[in-house]
Design a protein around this ligand. Structure first.
Ligand SMILES: [Zn+2]
Length: 505
């Protein structure tokens, strides 16, 4: 049998975001040849090579003037399977990702049952994910009291690390991992000690406290909860000087000077922020609209401005932007009747009145910000969110991220953060052929019908965006095309992989 070279697909555009020799990014015309057989980018030419230069059997697609971007790497997603699959699952969560140009998601250890805090829990998760992933999925492990012995085996199994519970557990985790090539991540919210005197902010028994007012919830989680946690982490950083420390979902801008000062002293610490902290503000959240509840909370517009500024600052401490996609059932969101959406077909079967699975001990109180589950659904919506918000801010005096900044924050740096920069997050020869075709001029409104995650509930419903994903390619094959059959999933069968290689960078 004669071996012939497998046919290539060639993606062309007058505008692609490509890496330069120095590692920065630039917009350039590009001809990107990908191999569906190997899943890799075969070549990148920084000009438009005409169709006639390729063999007749080559698939040649000219997307001009749409943008060719690397597939996004969303480094913070909760898929909740197994155990809380009614909240989200591999199938629906990764379809939502694929529809938004996201080709890699990193699953968080918490909220699934069992959580990924032991090697056995991790293996159960892997088994549950099999055959269900429309994009590639990697995993974080979790630090909980008493599992220090599991941490090194989890790292060996290709799992990154997640937050500690008490300062003691945190220091122990740092000590255990100090010589590992991994990242220790922190959900940075903790009560200050001793509690500040004076009027208490979170006196739930006070009948004058309106739990449907967003301000009540915001007052209960002030910036000091975040700054206190950051200070605690920094005070222990000397235990593991070479370990990479990372703050997940940073919301309070007051943390920025603390982190910058530590970085200037050589502490290896970074932070991520989330699309909802950049695209939403406390002032616009209506009474009882618990779709906006997340922890730490969405803060005021002036806080948001400082987060935006840090994204493009010199030696920025905020290196990445992620979704923190964290859904639950509408029942747990305690939505007011008018805002309550359905969860796929099940709700039509008449089961929606049974609230027995509601873990919440409080009486169901629609619009109660204090009792509602905290978490926002947005996986796959990040690029339209950040692109639209950046465009809107264009007139502001402060520097605003460009499309190359966005690719740095959502593709290149997120891949680096999770140790996948050798194969993800960049349009470069030899990398996984993960491509997002983005029409940055398309103006559209996000509706419930556009939600591909399991529970059709998100504060982004009804928002108008500029920029929409037209196609997504995973390892050399088109997995999503807007408007195509089967909800855009032309391939019919998912071929996303679980990434379990032990990280080395
Ligand atoms: Zn999270």
């Amino acid at each position: 049998m004669t071996m012939t070279a497998a046919p290539l697909a060639v993606l062309v555009s007058s505008r692609a975001v490509l890496p330069t020799a120095s590692g920065s990014l630039t917009i350039s015309p590009a001809t990107v040849s990908v191999s569906p057989a190997t899943g890799k980018i075969v070549s990148v030419v920084a000009e438009i090579v005409p169709r006639t230069s390729f063999p007749a059997e080559t698939t040649y697609l000219d997307y001009t003037p749409k943008l060719l971007l690397p597939g996004l790497v969303d480094a913070h997603v909760h898929l909740n399977e197994p155990g809380r699959t009614e909240w989200e699952g591999f199938w629906t969560g990764t379809r939502a990702a694929a529809s938004g140009g996201v080709t890699t998601v990193i699953d968080m250890p918490l909220n699934a049952i069992p959580p990924t805090t032991t090697v056995r829990g991790f293996q159960e998760k892997l088994a549950a994910s099999e055959g269900q992933c429309w994009v590639d999925v990697a995993f974080y492990g979790g630090v909980v009291p008493g599992n220090a012995d599991e941490l090194k085996p989890l790292v060996e199994a290709g799992v990154d690390e997640f937050p500690a519970i008490s300062p003691k557990d945190m220091a122990l985790a740092m000590k255990t991992l100090k010589d590992c090539t991994t990242t220790l991540m922190f959900h940075a919210e903790m009560e200050e000690e001793p509690r500040a005197t004076g009027p208490s902010n979170d006196d739930d028994d006070d009948p004058s406290t309106d739990v449907t007012a967003y301000q009540t919830f915001l007052n209960s989680r002030p910036p000091t909860l975040e700054t206190a946690a950051v200070r605690e982490i920094l005070s222990a950083a000397h235990v593991a000087p070479s370990l990479h420390l990372h703050i997940v979902h940073l919301s309070a801008a007051q943390c920025i000077p603390l982190l910058k000062e530590a970085r200037a002293k050589g502490v290896n610490i970074t932070a991520e922020t989330c699309f909802h902290y950049l695209g939403l503000s406390a002032e616009e959240i209506e009474t009882g609209d618990t779709r906006h509840k997340c922890c730490p909370p969405i803060r005021e517009g002036r806080n948001r401005d400082r987060l935006w500024e840090e994204l493009v600052a010199g030696d920025a401490c905020i290196k990445t932007v992620v979704s923190d996609h964290s859904p639950c059932t509408p029942e747990l969101k305690l939505l007011p009747e008018a805002a309550a959406p359905g969860r796929d077909e099940e709700r039509k079967s008449g089961k929606e009145e049974t609230n027995n699975n509601n873990n919440n001990n409080n009486k169901t109180n629609p619009g109660d910000f204090m009792s509602a589950w905290g978490g926002i659904s947005s996986v796959g919506l990040g690029l339209p969110i950040i692109h639209s918000a950046a465009k809107q801010r264009g007139s502001k005096p402060s520097k605003t991220p460009t499309i190359t900044d966005i690719v740095r924050l959502c593709c290149q740096a997120t891949a680096e953060q999770v140790g996948l920069s050798h194969r993800k997050g960049s349009i470069r020869t030899g990398m996984d052929a993960d491509i997002c075709v983005f029409d940055d001029a398309d103006v559209w409104t996000f509706t419930r019908a556009d939600m591909r995650w399991k529970n059709k509930c998100s504060p982004w419903e009804g928002h108008e965006f500029t920029g929409r994903i037209k196609e997504t390619w995973l390892r050399g094959r088109k997995i999503f095309e807007l408007g195509a059959q089967n909800g855009g999933f032309a391939e019919g069968k998912p071929f996303g992989e679980s990434i379990t290689e032990k990280r080395t960078v």
